[in-house]
Design a protein around this ligand. Structure first.
Ligand SMILES: [Cu+2]
Length: 341
């Protein structure tokens, strides 16, 4: 069996390629500050250059000794410096405050209207979609409370519809960041932080934990897929379905027993079975995910085998213990898990 050597195709993580209004406001701010900063750089450079040239042209020894030039000569430069700085800093302040007060900024939204109070506008397709995300060391639990969907490390949203995230954590502070959608929002113990986004185009976008939360903070990724509304409905219908019981007498059915005997269900949930754990990601549709371990490795049979027998070598410090299995048991278990689409 061949195991692909390359990492899973990188989903897109670029704050300067916005796909939602919140990220667009921040990208516009970034460009505005770059242009402003560039203009200041060019202006100051030009003055310095002009003064150097002037000093060089006037380098006759007979020229006045230091201090004789007269302080008055410098007044226009000092004045320009003071006025210029005031203008530039005021412009930066105004530009920076605006996105912070936007409804797409968590602070701005709560500041202006309070959580959950934003009415849908004509530009939004349908009612807002609620999605709850819990940060865990080092993965993401995802629930769609109105749809009855539970999943992990993946979020699918319909293009054009407002999505309201309720962001929580079970352990330490994490930070929820989808660079193409919005700025970072911290997940703080004992608090629900909110963020709303609206995807403007289809695509696959990378989300990251942007707060150092422990040893595997780097490998705490999730994928956000923005799809057409019909494709979203189809995905949601699939995700609502419980896992199908494997046919009797197959390797997958033996694998289901291995799963139960090894106690995987104390940490993992598989809808429709006795497995109800919440310490690890929901595995009801694990086979349909692109990666294992929140972006650690591509989701292939080889990596799945490696993950189960030695998760610590793939993602050192993650909270899943190694499980000792006979080779035949492992193969049966893989058959079972690979059927969980
Ligand atoms: Cu984290």
């Amino acid at each position: 069996m061949s195991v692909p050597a390359s990492p899973p195709e990188r989903a897109h993580a670029n704050a300067l390629d916005p796909a939602a209004p919140g990220a667009r406001e921040l990208a516009d701010l970034w460009w505005a500050l770059l242009v402003l900063g560039g203009a200041v750089f060019v202006a100051v450079g030009a003055v310095v250059l002009a003064l150097l040239v002037r000093a060089w042209l006037a380098r006759t020894p007979a020229r006045a000794a230091p201090g004789e030039a007269g302080a008055g000569e410098w007044k226009p430069i000092v004045a320009a410096g003071v006025v210029g700085s005031l203008v530039v800093l005021t412009a930066v302040m105004v530009l920076t405050v605006a996105p912070g007060r936007s409804e797409w900024s968590p602070a701005g939204r709560e500041f202006r209207v309070g959580p959950e109070a934003v009415p849908p506008r004509p530009a939004d397709a349908g009612q807002p979609l609620r999605v709850e995300v819990d940060g865990h060391r080092f993965w993401w639990a995802v629930r769609y409370p109105d749809e009855g969907i539970v999943t992990a490390n993946e979020i699918v949203v319909p293009v054009g519809r407002v999505v309201r995230f309720a962001l929580r954590t079970d352990d330490v502070i994490h930070s929820f960041w989808i660079p193409s959608f919005a700025g970072k929002v911290d997940m703080i113990p004992g608090k629900v932080n909110r963020l709303q986004v609206r995807a403007e185009r289809e695509g696959e976008f990378l989300g990251k934990c942007a707060e150092f939360c422990g040893i595997q903070h780097t490998l705490m990724e999730f994928r956000v897929r923005a799809v057409a509304p019909e494709a979203y409905e189809a995905w949601a219908a699939e995700r609502r379905a419980a896992a199908e019981a494997p046919p009797a007498g197959t390797a997958a059915q033996r694998g289901e027993q291995v799963f139960a005997e090894q106690g995987c269900g104390t940490c993992h949930r598989i809808a429709g079975t006795a497995a109800r754990g919440v310490l690890g990601p929901d595995l009801t549709h694990v086979a349909s995910r692109a990666t294992l371990g929140a972006g650690a490795v591509p989701n292939t049979r080889g990596h799945l085998a490696g993950w189960i027998t030695d998760p610590q070598s793939i993602k050192p410090g993650n909270l899943m213990p190694a499980v000792r299995l006979e080779p035949a048991e492992l193969q049966d278990l893989l058959d079972y898990l690979e059927a969980l689409r």
